[in-house]
Design a protein around this ligand. Structure first.
Ligand code: NAG
Ligand code: NAG
Ligand code: NAG
Ligand code: NAG
Ligand code: NAG
Ligand code: NAG
Ligand code: NAG
Length: 456
Protein backbone atom coordinates (compact mmCIF):
# COMPACT_ATOMS: atom_id res chain seq x y z
CA UNK A 1 0.00 0.00 0.00
CA UNK A 2 2.96 2.40 0.36
CA UNK A 3 3.38 3.17 -3.31
CA UNK A 4 3.49 6.85 -2.47
CA UNK A 5 6.59 7.94 -4.36
CA UNK A 6 4.98 9.64 -7.35
CA UNK A 7 2.53 11.38 -5.06
CA UNK A 8 5.20 12.43 -2.64
CA UNK A 9 6.95 14.21 -5.47
CA UNK A 10 3.78 15.86 -6.69
CA UNK A 11 2.70 17.06 -3.29
CA UNK A 12 6.19 18.23 -2.33
CA UNK A 13 5.94 20.69 -5.20
CA UNK A 14 3.04 22.31 -3.38
CA UNK A 15 5.21 22.73 -0.32
CA UNK A 16 3.27 20.34 1.85
CA UNK A 17 5.11 18.20 4.33
CA UNK A 18 3.90 14.67 3.74
CA UNK A 19 6.71 12.96 5.58
CA UNK A 20 4.11 11.52 7.92
CA UNK A 21 1.53 10.59 5.27
CA UNK A 22 0.06 7.20 6.12
CA UNK A 23 -2.27 6.68 3.21
CA UNK A 24 -2.00 6.60 -0.54
CA UNK A 25 -4.76 6.80 -3.11
CA UNK A 26 -2.42 6.45 -6.08
CA UNK A 27 -3.57 3.04 -7.35
CA UNK A 28 -6.74 0.98 -7.20
CA UNK A 29 -5.06 -1.31 -4.66
CA UNK A 30 -4.03 1.69 -2.55
CA UNK A 31 -7.57 3.08 -2.66
CA UNK A 32 -9.00 -0.24 -1.50
CA UNK A 33 -6.51 -0.63 1.35
CA UNK A 34 -6.90 2.98 2.45
CA UNK A 35 -10.70 2.68 2.38
CA UNK A 36 -10.55 -0.54 4.37
CA UNK A 37 -8.42 1.02 7.11
CA UNK A 38 -10.57 4.16 7.31
CA UNK A 39 -13.76 2.06 7.45
CA UNK A 40 -12.26 -0.11 10.19
CA UNK A 41 -11.43 2.95 12.28
CA UNK A 42 -14.92 4.39 11.69
CA UNK A 43 -16.52 1.18 12.90
CA UNK A 44 -14.64 1.38 16.20
CA UNK A 45 -17.29 3.95 17.16
CA UNK A 46 -20.13 1.51 16.50
CA UNK A 47 -21.17 -0.61 19.48
CA UNK A 48 -24.68 -1.57 18.31
CA UNK A 49 -23.82 -5.18 17.56
CA UNK A 50 -22.31 -5.86 20.97
CA UNK A 51 -24.44 -7.66 23.51
CA UNK A 52 -26.85 -5.41 25.39
CA UNK A 53 -26.60 -2.63 22.79
CA UNK A 54 -29.19 -1.45 20.24
CA UNK A 55 -28.40 -2.48 16.66
CA UNK A 56 -28.31 0.27 14.08
CA UNK A 57 -27.47 3.30 16.19
CA UNK A 58 -24.28 5.10 17.16
CA UNK A 59 -23.58 6.18 20.75
CA UNK A 60 -26.21 8.86 21.49
CA UNK A 61 -28.33 10.80 21.11
CA UNK A 62 -26.81 13.66 23.10
CA UNK A 63 -26.30 13.85 25.98
CA UNK A 64 -25.95 10.05 26.11
CA UNK A 65 -23.42 10.13 23.27
CA UNK A 66 -22.35 12.31 20.37
CA UNK A 67 -24.52 11.01 17.56
CA UNK A 68 -28.12 11.52 16.53
CA UNK A 69 -30.10 8.67 15.01
CA UNK A 70 -29.91 9.94 11.47
CA UNK A 71 -26.13 9.82 11.28
CA UNK A 72 -26.05 6.08 11.77
CA UNK A 73 -28.58 5.75 8.94
CA UNK A 74 -26.23 7.81 6.79
CA UNK A 75 -23.27 5.66 7.85
CA UNK A 76 -24.93 2.48 6.60
CA UNK A 77 -25.28 4.14 3.21
CA UNK A 78 -21.58 5.00 3.24
CA UNK A 79 -20.76 1.35 3.98
CA UNK A 80 -23.05 0.12 1.18
CA UNK A 81 -21.14 2.38 -1.20
CA UNK A 82 -17.88 1.14 0.34
CA UNK A 83 -18.91 -2.42 -0.55
CA UNK A 84 -20.13 -1.38 -4.00
CA UNK A 85 -16.86 0.38 -4.86
CA UNK A 86 -14.32 -1.95 -3.24
CA UNK A 87 -16.11 -5.32 -3.20
CA UNK A 88 -15.20 -5.80 0.48
CA UNK A 89 -18.12 -7.62 2.17
CA UNK A 90 -16.73 -7.35 5.70
CA UNK A 91 -19.50 -5.09 6.99
CA UNK A 92 -22.46 -6.35 4.96
CA UNK A 93 -23.95 -8.41 7.80
CA UNK A 94 -23.62 -5.56 10.29
CA UNK A 95 -25.17 -3.14 7.78
CA UNK A 96 -28.10 -5.47 7.07
CA UNK A 97 -28.79 -6.06 10.75
CA UNK A 98 -28.70 -2.31 11.39
CA UNK A 99 -30.96 -1.32 8.49
CA UNK A 100 -33.53 -3.96 9.43
CA UNK A 101 -33.51 -3.33 13.19
CA UNK A 102 -34.49 0.32 12.84
CA UNK A 103 -37.40 -0.02 10.36
CA UNK A 104 -40.11 0.64 12.99
CA UNK A 105 -43.63 -0.83 13.12
CA UNK A 106 -44.73 0.79 9.81
CA UNK A 107 -41.58 -0.41 8.00
CA UNK A 108 -40.84 3.19 7.09
CA UNK A 109 -37.99 4.23 9.42
CA UNK A 110 -40.06 5.85 12.13
CA UNK A 111 -39.16 3.73 15.18
CA UNK A 112 -40.97 4.92 18.33
CA UNK A 113 -37.68 5.37 20.22
CA UNK A 114 -36.78 8.39 18.11
CA UNK A 115 -40.06 10.17 17.42
CA UNK A 116 -39.40 12.82 20.07
CA UNK A 117 -36.94 14.39 17.63
CA UNK A 118 -37.89 12.75 14.34
CA UNK A 119 -37.45 14.95 11.29
CA UNK A 120 -38.34 14.21 7.68
CA UNK A 121 -34.62 14.55 7.00
CA UNK A 122 -33.71 11.94 9.64
CA UNK A 123 -36.20 9.49 8.17
CA UNK A 124 -35.03 10.50 4.71
CA UNK A 125 -31.41 9.59 5.36
CA UNK A 126 -32.39 6.06 6.36
CA UNK A 127 -34.65 5.85 3.31
CA UNK A 128 -31.86 7.00 1.01
CA UNK A 129 -29.55 4.33 2.43
CA UNK A 130 -32.20 1.67 1.73
CA UNK A 131 -32.50 3.09 -1.79
CA UNK A 132 -28.72 2.84 -2.23
CA UNK A 133 -28.98 -0.81 -1.23
CA UNK A 134 -31.69 -1.42 -3.86
CA UNK A 135 -29.82 0.45 -6.59
CA UNK A 136 -26.66 -1.53 -6.07
CA UNK A 137 -28.13 -4.98 -5.50
CA UNK A 138 -26.81 -5.04 -1.96
CA UNK A 139 -27.68 -8.59 -0.80
CA UNK A 140 -31.46 -8.79 -0.32
CA UNK A 141 -32.78 -9.48 3.20
CA UNK A 142 -34.46 -12.84 3.93
CA UNK A 143 -37.90 -12.98 2.23
CA UNK A 144 -39.79 -12.66 5.53
CA UNK A 145 -38.09 -9.31 6.22
CA UNK A 146 -38.78 -5.87 4.72
CA UNK A 147 -36.94 -5.36 1.42
CA UNK A 148 -34.70 -2.41 0.45
CA UNK A 149 -36.91 -0.99 -2.30
CA UNK A 150 -40.05 -1.41 -0.20
CA UNK A 151 -38.39 0.46 2.68
CA UNK A 152 -37.44 3.36 0.42
CA UNK A 153 -41.01 3.41 -0.88
CA UNK A 154 -42.31 3.32 2.69
CA UNK A 155 -40.33 6.43 3.57
CA UNK A 156 -41.37 8.15 0.37
CA UNK A 157 -45.06 7.30 0.79
CA UNK A 158 -45.24 8.61 4.34
CA UNK A 159 -43.62 11.84 3.17
CA UNK A 160 -45.91 12.16 0.14
CA UNK A 161 -48.95 11.74 2.38
CA UNK A 162 -51.19 14.84 2.42
CA UNK A 163 -50.77 15.12 6.20
CA UNK A 164 -47.14 16.15 5.65
CA UNK A 165 -47.91 18.77 2.99
CA UNK A 166 -50.04 21.52 4.51
CA UNK A 167 -50.66 24.83 2.73
CA UNK A 168 -48.40 27.06 4.80
CA UNK A 169 -45.65 28.49 2.58
CA UNK A 170 -47.54 27.09 -0.37
CA UNK A 171 -46.64 23.49 0.47
CA UNK A 172 -43.42 21.67 1.12
CA UNK A 173 -42.36 19.43 3.98
CA UNK A 174 -41.81 20.63 7.48
CA UNK A 175 -38.60 19.74 9.25
CA UNK A 176 -40.04 17.78 12.19
CA UNK A 177 -42.77 15.17 11.77
CA UNK A 178 -44.74 15.10 15.08
CA UNK A 179 -46.56 18.43 15.62
CA UNK A 180 -45.51 18.58 19.27
CA UNK A 181 -41.81 18.70 18.35
CA UNK A 182 -39.76 21.85 18.34
CA UNK A 183 -38.95 22.61 14.73
CA UNK A 184 -42.37 21.54 13.43
CA UNK A 185 -42.85 25.16 12.36
CA UNK A 186 -39.70 25.14 10.19
CA UNK A 187 -39.70 24.13 6.51
CA UNK A 188 -36.19 23.36 5.40
CA UNK A 189 -34.06 22.42 2.44
CA UNK A 190 -32.68 19.16 3.74
CA UNK A 191 -36.10 17.66 4.54
CA UNK A 192 -37.37 18.60 1.09
CA UNK A 193 -34.05 17.66 -0.47
CA UNK A 194 -34.19 14.11 0.88
CA UNK A 195 -37.77 13.75 -0.41
CA UNK A 196 -36.77 15.14 -3.81
CA UNK A 197 -33.75 12.84 -3.96
CA UNK A 198 -35.78 9.76 -3.05
CA UNK A 199 -38.57 10.63 -5.50
CA UNK A 200 -36.15 11.13 -8.38
CA UNK A 201 -34.34 7.88 -7.62
CA UNK A 202 -37.56 5.89 -7.25
CA UNK A 203 -38.73 7.33 -10.57
CA UNK A 204 -35.59 6.16 -12.31
CA UNK A 205 -35.53 2.80 -10.56
CA UNK A 206 -39.20 1.86 -11.06
CA UNK A 207 -40.12 3.98 -14.08
CA UNK A 208 -43.23 5.12 -12.17
CA UNK A 209 -44.08 8.72 -13.13
CA UNK A 210 -45.80 9.45 -9.80
CA UNK A 211 -42.41 9.69 -8.10
CA UNK A 212 -41.08 12.03 -10.79
CA UNK A 213 -44.15 14.27 -10.41
CA UNK A 214 -43.40 14.66 -6.71
CA UNK A 215 -39.75 15.40 -7.39
CA UNK A 216 -40.73 18.04 -9.93
CA UNK A 217 -43.23 19.54 -7.52
CA UNK A 218 -40.66 19.66 -4.72
CA UNK A 219 -38.08 21.35 -6.94
CA UNK A 220 -40.70 23.94 -8.01
CA UNK A 221 -41.62 24.54 -4.38
CA UNK A 222 -37.99 25.12 -3.38
CA UNK A 223 -37.62 27.64 -6.20
CA UNK A 224 -40.99 29.27 -5.56
CA UNK A 225 -40.46 29.83 -1.86
CA UNK A 226 -36.90 30.99 -2.46
CA UNK A 227 -35.04 28.30 -0.53
CA UNK A 228 -33.24 27.69 -3.83
CA UNK A 229 -32.71 31.03 -5.54
CA UNK A 230 -31.91 32.14 -9.11
CA UNK A 231 -28.17 31.89 -8.46
CA UNK A 232 -28.50 28.33 -7.18
CA UNK A 233 -27.91 29.27 -3.59
CA UNK A 234 -29.66 26.78 -1.33
CA UNK A 235 -30.65 28.35 1.97
CA UNK A 236 -31.24 26.38 5.13
CA UNK A 237 -34.95 26.94 5.78
CA UNK A 238 -37.71 29.30 6.99
CA UNK A 239 -40.64 29.39 9.42
CA UNK A 240 -44.29 28.85 8.64
CA UNK A 241 -45.31 31.76 10.91
CA UNK A 242 -43.79 34.15 8.36
CA UNK A 243 -45.05 32.18 5.33
CA UNK A 244 -41.40 31.22 4.92
CA UNK A 245 -40.19 34.75 4.31
CA UNK A 246 -37.64 34.71 7.20
CA UNK A 247 -35.17 32.69 5.18
CA UNK A 248 -32.16 31.45 7.15
CA UNK A 249 -29.38 32.00 4.64
CA UNK A 250 -26.88 29.52 6.06
CA UNK A 251 -25.65 27.25 3.25
CA UNK A 252 -24.48 23.71 3.82
CA UNK A 253 -22.82 21.36 1.37
CA UNK A 254 -25.18 18.44 1.97
CA UNK A 255 -28.16 20.48 0.76
CA UNK A 256 -26.37 20.94 -2.55
CA UNK A 257 -25.29 17.32 -2.74
CA UNK A 258 -28.73 15.94 -2.08
CA UNK A 259 -30.26 18.12 -4.80
CA UNK A 260 -27.47 17.41 -7.28
CA UNK A 261 -27.97 13.66 -7.05
CA UNK A 262 -31.75 14.03 -7.36
CA UNK A 263 -31.41 16.37 -10.35
CA UNK A 264 -29.04 13.87 -11.98
CA UNK A 265 -31.68 11.16 -11.59
CA UNK A 266 -34.37 13.41 -13.08
CA UNK A 267 -32.01 14.16 -15.95
CA UNK A 268 -31.50 10.45 -16.50
CA UNK A 269 -35.18 9.56 -16.01
CA UNK A 270 -36.18 12.16 -18.62
CA UNK A 271 -33.62 10.76 -21.09
CA UNK A 272 -31.47 13.83 -20.81
CA UNK A 273 -34.12 16.56 -21.04
CA UNK A 274 -32.66 20.06 -21.63
CA UNK A 275 -34.53 21.43 -18.60
CA UNK A 276 -32.97 18.97 -16.17
CA UNK A 277 -29.58 19.18 -17.88
CA UNK A 278 -29.54 22.94 -17.34
CA UNK A 279 -30.60 22.62 -13.70
CA UNK A 280 -28.12 19.84 -13.02
CA UNK A 281 -25.16 21.54 -14.68
CA UNK A 282 -25.73 24.84 -12.92
CA UNK A 283 -26.20 23.16 -9.57
CA UNK A 284 -23.06 21.07 -10.04
CA UNK A 285 -21.10 24.20 -10.84
CA UNK A 286 -22.54 26.06 -7.87
CA UNK A 287 -21.60 23.13 -5.62
CA UNK A 288 -18.03 22.96 -6.87
CA UNK A 289 -17.54 26.73 -6.66
CA UNK A 290 -18.93 27.12 -3.16
CA UNK A 291 -17.76 23.94 -1.48
CA UNK A 292 -14.56 22.93 -3.29
CA UNK A 293 -12.32 26.00 -3.35
CA UNK A 294 -8.89 24.93 -4.69
CA UNK A 295 -10.42 21.54 -5.43
CA UNK A 296 -10.76 20.54 -1.77
CA UNK A 297 -14.03 19.98 0.10
CA UNK A 298 -14.75 22.81 2.49
CA UNK A 299 -17.72 23.65 4.76
CA UNK A 300 -17.70 27.47 4.64
CA UNK A 301 -20.43 28.02 7.21
CA UNK A 302 -18.44 26.50 10.04
CA UNK A 303 -15.02 25.20 9.06
CA UNK A 304 -12.77 28.19 9.67
CA UNK A 305 -13.95 28.75 13.21
CA UNK A 306 -14.29 24.98 13.72
CA UNK A 307 -17.80 25.74 14.96
CA UNK A 308 -19.25 22.77 13.09
CA UNK A 309 -21.73 20.61 14.99
CA UNK A 310 -21.33 16.85 15.00
CA UNK A 311 -23.90 16.70 12.17
CA UNK A 312 -21.97 19.18 10.00
CA UNK A 313 -18.74 17.26 10.51
CA UNK A 314 -20.19 14.51 8.31
CA UNK A 315 -21.43 16.45 5.26
CA UNK A 316 -18.31 16.26 3.08
CA UNK A 317 -18.52 12.52 2.67
CA UNK A 318 -22.12 12.54 1.41
CA UNK A 319 -21.29 15.25 -1.09
CA UNK A 320 -18.34 13.24 -2.43
CA UNK A 321 -20.41 10.08 -2.84
CA UNK A 322 -23.41 11.85 -4.34
CA UNK A 323 -21.26 13.76 -6.84
CA UNK A 324 -19.48 10.53 -7.73
CA UNK A 325 -22.77 8.72 -8.41
CA UNK A 326 -23.94 11.73 -10.42
CA UNK A 327 -21.12 11.07 -12.89
CA UNK A 328 -22.53 7.58 -13.52
CA UNK A 329 -26.07 8.53 -14.41
CA UNK A 330 -25.22 11.86 -16.02
CA UNK A 331 -21.89 10.90 -17.63
CA UNK A 332 -21.38 14.32 -19.23
CA UNK A 333 -20.66 15.69 -15.74
CA UNK A 334 -17.70 13.35 -15.18
CA UNK A 335 -15.01 15.59 -16.72
CA UNK A 336 -16.16 18.49 -14.50
CA UNK A 337 -16.64 16.52 -11.28
CA UNK A 338 -14.05 13.73 -11.15
CA UNK A 339 -10.86 15.80 -11.18
CA UNK A 340 -12.18 17.81 -8.23
CA UNK A 341 -13.13 14.72 -6.25
CA UNK A 342 -9.61 13.42 -6.82
CA UNK A 343 -7.74 16.47 -5.53
CA UNK A 344 -10.15 16.64 -2.62
CA UNK A 345 -9.64 12.98 -1.66
CA UNK A 346 -5.88 13.42 -1.89
CA UNK A 347 -6.08 16.29 0.59
CA UNK A 348 -8.44 14.29 2.81
CA UNK A 349 -6.02 11.43 3.36
CA UNK A 350 -3.21 13.83 4.24
CA UNK A 351 -5.21 14.68 7.37
CA UNK A 352 -5.27 11.03 8.45
CA UNK A 353 -2.25 11.03 10.73
CA UNK A 354 -3.88 11.73 14.06
CA UNK A 355 -4.45 10.52 17.56
CA UNK A 356 -4.57 7.06 18.97
CA UNK A 357 -3.40 4.92 16.08
CA UNK A 358 -1.49 7.47 14.02
CA UNK A 359 -3.98 7.35 11.15
CA UNK A 360 -7.12 9.05 12.53
CA UNK A 361 -8.66 11.42 9.96
CA UNK A 362 -9.30 15.10 10.67
CA UNK A 363 -11.93 17.45 9.30
CA UNK A 364 -10.24 20.47 7.73
CA UNK A 365 -8.86 18.97 4.55
CA UNK A 366 -7.54 22.23 3.15
CA UNK A 367 -4.92 22.20 5.94
CA UNK A 368 -3.55 18.99 4.40
CA UNK A 369 -2.54 17.81 7.84
CA UNK A 370 -4.28 16.50 10.94
CA UNK A 371 -6.33 19.21 12.67
CA UNK A 372 -6.87 17.58 16.05
CA UNK A 373 -10.53 16.66 15.54
CA UNK A 374 -11.85 13.13 15.26
CA UNK A 375 -15.11 11.22 15.12
CA UNK A 376 -17.51 9.22 12.96
CA UNK A 377 -18.05 12.20 10.64
CA UNK A 378 -14.36 12.68 9.99
CA UNK A 379 -13.85 8.97 9.23
CA UNK A 380 -17.03 8.77 7.14
CA UNK A 381 -16.00 11.84 5.10
CA UNK A 382 -12.63 10.34 4.27
CA UNK A 383 -14.21 6.95 3.57
CA UNK A 384 -16.71 8.48 1.15
CA UNK A 385 -14.05 10.54 -0.60
CA UNK A 386 -11.56 7.69 -0.97
CA UNK A 387 -13.87 4.77 -1.78
CA UNK A 388 -15.80 6.74 -4.40
CA UNK A 389 -12.58 7.35 -6.33
CA UNK A 390 -13.36 3.90 -7.75
CA UNK A 391 -16.60 5.18 -9.30
CA UNK A 392 -15.17 5.01 -12.82
CA UNK A 393 -14.37 1.31 -12.53
CA UNK A 394 -16.56 -0.82 -14.82
CA UNK A 395 -19.79 -2.37 -13.58
CA UNK A 396 -20.48 -0.11 -10.61
CA UNK A 397 -23.40 1.99 -11.92
CA UNK A 398 -26.72 1.92 -10.05
CA UNK A 399 -29.26 -0.47 -11.58
CA UNK A 400 -33.01 -0.18 -12.09
CA UNK A 401 -35.76 -2.78 -12.00
CA UNK A 402 -35.32 -3.29 -15.73
CA UNK A 403 -31.51 -3.48 -15.71
CA UNK A 404 -30.93 -6.19 -13.13
CA UNK A 405 -32.26 -4.75 -9.88
CA UNK A 406 -33.54 -7.57 -7.67
CA UNK A 407 -34.99 -5.74 -4.67
CA UNK A 408 -38.72 -6.29 -4.17
CA UNK A 409 -40.89 -3.20 -4.06
CA UNK A 410 -44.07 -2.48 -2.17
CA UNK A 411 -45.90 0.51 -3.71
CA UNK A 412 -48.21 0.68 -0.68
CA UNK A 413 -45.48 0.57 1.95
CA UNK A 414 -45.89 3.04 4.78
CA UNK A 415 -49.68 3.14 4.61
CA UNK A 416 -49.95 1.83 8.18
CA UNK A 417 -47.68 4.53 9.43
CA UNK A 418 -48.33 6.69 12.48
CA UNK A 419 -49.41 10.11 11.23
CA UNK A 420 -48.97 11.68 14.69
CA UNK A 421 -52.05 13.75 13.86
CA UNK A 422 -54.16 12.15 16.58
CA UNK A 423 -53.74 13.54 20.07
CA UNK A 424 -51.76 11.11 22.11
CA UNK A 425 -50.71 11.53 25.71
CA UNK A 426 -47.05 12.40 25.99
CA UNK A 427 -44.99 9.66 27.49
CA UNK A 428 -42.18 10.38 29.88
CA UNK A 429 -39.73 9.64 27.12
CA UNK A 430 -41.45 12.13 24.80
CA UNK A 431 -41.33 14.78 27.49
CA UNK A 432 -37.69 14.16 28.21
CA UNK A 433 -36.88 14.33 24.52
CA UNK A 434 -38.85 17.52 24.01
CA UNK A 435 -37.23 19.06 27.06
CA UNK A 436 -33.76 18.40 25.78
CA UNK A 437 -34.56 19.97 22.46
CA UNK A 438 -36.06 23.03 24.16
CA UNK A 439 -32.96 23.46 26.26
CA UNK A 440 -30.71 23.22 23.26
CA UNK A 441 -32.90 25.67 21.40
CA UNK A 442 -32.60 28.36 24.02
CA UNK A 443 -28.91 27.74 24.56
CA UNK A 444 -28.21 28.13 20.88
CA UNK A 445 -30.70 30.91 20.14
CA UNK A 446 -27.89 33.40 19.70
CA UNK A 447 -25.69 31.05 17.75
CA UNK A 448 -25.40 31.24 14.02
CA UNK A 449 -26.82 27.80 13.58
CA UNK A 450 -29.84 28.09 15.79
CA UNK A 451 -31.72 25.84 13.43
CA UNK A 452 -29.03 23.43 12.52
CA UNK A 453 -27.36 22.48 15.74
CA UNK A 454 -29.93 20.36 17.46
CA UNK A 455 -32.56 17.70 17.22
CA UNK A 456 -31.14 16.03 14.14
C1 NAG B 1 -19.64 -6.30 15.24
O1 NAG B 1 -19.24 -5.71 14.02
C2 NAG B 1 -17.85 -5.70 13.80
C3 NAG B 1 -17.60 -4.96 12.50
O2 NAG B 1 -17.70 -3.60 12.74
C4 NAG B 1 -17.33 -7.13 13.70
O3 NAG B 1 -15.95 -7.12 13.53
C5 NAG B 1 -17.70 -7.86 14.99
O4 NAG B 1 -17.35 -9.21 14.86
C6 NAG B 1 -19.19 -7.76 15.27
N1 NAG B 1 -19.46 -8.33 16.59
C7 NAG B 1 -20.49 -9.15 16.80
C8 NAG B 1 -20.64 -9.63 18.20
O5 NAG B 1 -21.26 -9.48 15.91
C1 NAG C 1 -35.61 1.06 21.54
O1 NAG C 1 -34.95 1.21 22.79
C2 NAG C 1 -34.88 0.02 23.57
C3 NAG C 1 -34.26 0.37 24.91
O2 NAG C 1 -33.01 0.98 24.71
C4 NAG C 1 -34.09 -1.05 22.82
O3 NAG C 1 -34.07 -2.23 23.53
C5 NAG C 1 -34.73 -1.28 21.46
O4 NAG C 1 -33.94 -2.18 20.70
C6 NAG C 1 -34.86 0.04 20.70
N1 NAG C 1 -35.53 -0.20 19.43
C7 NAG C 1 -35.00 0.19 18.29
C8 NAG C 1 -35.81 -0.08 17.06
O5 NAG C 1 -33.93 0.74 18.22
C1 NAG D 1 -40.60 -1.84 -12.46
O1 NAG D 1 -41.46 -1.25 -11.46
C2 NAG D 1 -42.61 -0.65 -12.01
C3 NAG D 1 -43.34 0.08 -10.90
O2 NAG D 1 -43.32 -0.64 -9.71
C4 NAG D 1 -43.47 -1.73 -12.69
O3 NAG D 1 -44.60 -1.12 -13.26
C5 NAG D 1 -42.63 -2.41 -13.75
O4 NAG D 1 -43.37 -3.50 -14.28
C6 NAG D 1 -41.32 -2.94 -13.17
N1 NAG D 1 -40.51 -3.45 -14.24
C7 NAG D 1 -39.91 -4.64 -14.16
C8 NAG D 1 -39.06 -5.03 -15.34
O5 NAG D 1 -40.01 -5.37 -13.16
C1 NAG E 1 -47.11 32.66 0.97
O1 NAG E 1 -46.03 32.56 0.07
C2 NAG E 1 -46.38 32.01 -1.19
C3 NAG E 1 -45.11 31.87 -2.01
O2 NAG E 1 -44.23 31.01 -1.37
C4 NAG E 1 -47.40 32.87 -1.88
O3 NAG E 1 -47.78 32.27 -3.10
C5 NAG E 1 -48.60 33.04 -0.99
O4 NAG E 1 -49.51 33.95 -1.60
C6 NAG E 1 -48.19 33.56 0.37
N1 NAG E 1 -49.35 33.56 1.25
C7 NAG E 1 -49.65 34.58 2.02
C8 NAG E 1 -50.85 34.42 2.90
O5 NAG E 1 -49.00 35.61 2.02
C1 NAG F 1 -19.64 24.68 -15.40
O1 NAG F 1 -18.24 24.86 -15.24
C2 NAG F 1 -17.48 24.36 -16.31
C3 NAG F 1 -16.02 24.51 -15.99
O2 NAG F 1 -15.77 24.17 -14.67
C4 NAG F 1 -17.82 25.13 -17.58
O3 NAG F 1 -17.13 24.57 -18.66
C5 NAG F 1 -19.31 25.04 -17.82
O4 NAG F 1 -19.65 25.88 -18.90
C6 NAG F 1 -20.10 25.46 -16.61
N1 NAG F 1 -21.50 25.18 -16.90
C7 NAG F 1 -22.47 26.00 -16.55
C8 NAG F 1 -23.85 25.56 -16.92
O5 NAG F 1 -22.26 27.04 -15.96
C1 NAG G 1 -28.50 7.18 -17.66
O1 NAG G 1 -27.70 6.33 -16.83
C2 NAG G 1 -27.04 5.29 -17.53
C3 NAG G 1 -26.27 4.48 -16.50
O2 NAG G 1 -27.17 3.72 -15.78
C4 NAG G 1 -26.10 5.87 -18.57
O3 NAG G 1 -25.51 4.83 -19.30
C5 NAG G 1 -26.88 6.78 -19.50
O4 NAG G 1 -25.99 7.40 -20.40
C6 NAG G 1 -27.61 7.85 -18.69
N1 NAG G 1 -28.43 8.68 -19.57
C7 NAG G 1 -28.11 9.92 -19.88
C8 NAG G 1 -29.09 10.66 -20.72
O5 NAG G 1 -27.08 10.45 -19.49
C1 NAG H 1 -46.79 4.37 -8.83
O1 NAG H 1 -46.51 4.90 -7.54
C2 NAG H 1 -47.68 5.38 -6.88
C3 NAG H 1 -47.22 6.05 -5.61
O2 NAG H 1 -46.63 5.15 -4.75
C4 NAG H 1 -48.63 4.22 -6.64
O3 NAG H 1 -49.81 4.70 -6.03
C5 NAG H 1 -48.97 3.56 -7.96
O4 NAG H 1 -49.73 2.40 -7.72
C6 NAG H 1 -47.70 3.17 -8.71
N1 NAG H 1 -48.03 2.66 -10.03
C7 NAG H 1 -47.58 1.50 -10.48
C8 NAG H 1 -47.94 1.15 -11.88
O5 NAG H 1 -46.88 0.76 -9.79
Amino acid sequence: MFSTLPRLAAVALLGVDVANAVYSVATVADIKQTSADIAFDMMQYYKGNLSGQTPGILPGPPPAGDYYWWEAGAMWGALIDYWRFTGDESYNKVVTQALLWQVGPGQDYMPPNVTASLGNDDQGFWGMSAMTAAENNFPDPPPDQPQWLGLAQGVFNTQANPDRHDDTCNGGLRWQIPPINNGYDYKNSIANGCFFNLGARLARYTGNQTYADWAEKTWDWMRGVGLMDDDYNIHDGAHVETNCTDINGAQFSYNFGVFVLGAAHMYNYTDGSPVWKDRLDKLVNATLVRFFPDGIAYEPACEDAMSCTTDMLSFKGYVHRWLATTTQIAPHTAPVILPVLKTSAEAAVLTCTGEQNGRTCGFSWKKKKYDGSHGVGQQMNALGAVSSLLVDQPGKAPVTNSTGGTSKGNPNAGSNSDSFMHSKPMTTADKAGAGIVTFLLSASALATFAWMGFGK
